[in-house]
Design a protein around this ligand. Structure first.
Ligand code: G3P
Length: 217
């Protein structure tokens, strides 16, 4: 399963890249606002850190304007994936862009039927938001289960990119269900390392080693 960082924080992206855990990046208008930087400049800098897909979202809601914005965004780098919302105009734009060879990440997906529409429109990635599903009392991971079944039934090439990931359980369950990608805030990815028995075991190893009085080299 690929790991994408769901952020526009350059330092956080670089730290993940340095550990070999970065396969791509996703941003959205809220993450650009949080970064406090110009969308073109920060996206350009992100593309210098990873050669994996970097999702940059259009903010227009009409097809022609979406295409205009997509033209601006895809000129940033070859690894740009254009993010469009799961709307009629979004899928019309998706079909046009993927037809021209541009990666498209269809976002704000909240049902398997929506994911089916995105696959038929040729989406490169579909972003079902599991955390927001959980927030309103629906089991977000069941959405991933259903999409995986439907996509496998028809051998759709659209990659399931689990989004709105809030905790390590979302990542664990996404991997078990066979999602292609998950995108998460870096702080959630770092939590994957946490286990008290690892800490305890390392402490015991180091204590025993210290008692040997030895050094390696
Ligand atoms: O990629 C979508 C993600 O940024 C949304 O996450 O936590 O705002 O639902 P969240």
């Amino acid at each position: 399963m690929k790991f994408f960082a769901d952020t526009a924080d350059i330092d956080a992206i670089r730290e993940l890249a340095d550990t070999g855990l970065l396969d791509g990046v996703t941003t959205n208008p809220s993450l650009i606002k949080k970064a406090g930087r110009d969308i073109i400049e920060v996206t350009k800098e992100i593309c210098t850190i990873t050669t994996g897909p970097v999702s940059a979202e259009v903010v227009a809601t009409e097809h022609d304007e979406m295409m205009r914005e997509a033209e601006v965004l895809r000129k940033i780098a070859d690894n740009i994936a254009i993010k469009v919302p799961l709307t009629k105009d979004g899928l019309k734009t998706c079909k046009k862009l993927t037809g021209d060879g541009t990666m498209v990440n269809v976002t704000l997906c909240f049902s398997a039927n929506q994911a089916l529409l995105a696959a038929k429109a040729g989406a490169t990635f579909i972003s079902p938001f599991v955390g927001r599903h959980d927030d309103v009392g629906y089991p977000g991971m069941e959405l991933i289960t259903d999409i995986r079944i439907i996509y496998d039934n028809y051998e759709f090439e659209t990659q399931i990119l689990v989004a709105s990931v809030r905790n390590p359980i979302h990542i664990h369950d996404s991997a078990k269900l066979g999602a292609d990608v998950m995108t998460a805030p870096p702080e959630v990815i770092w939590k994957l390392f946490n286990h008290p028995l690892t800490d305890k075991g390392l402490e015991a190893f180091l204590k025993d080693w210290e008692s040997t009085g030895q050094k390696i080299g």
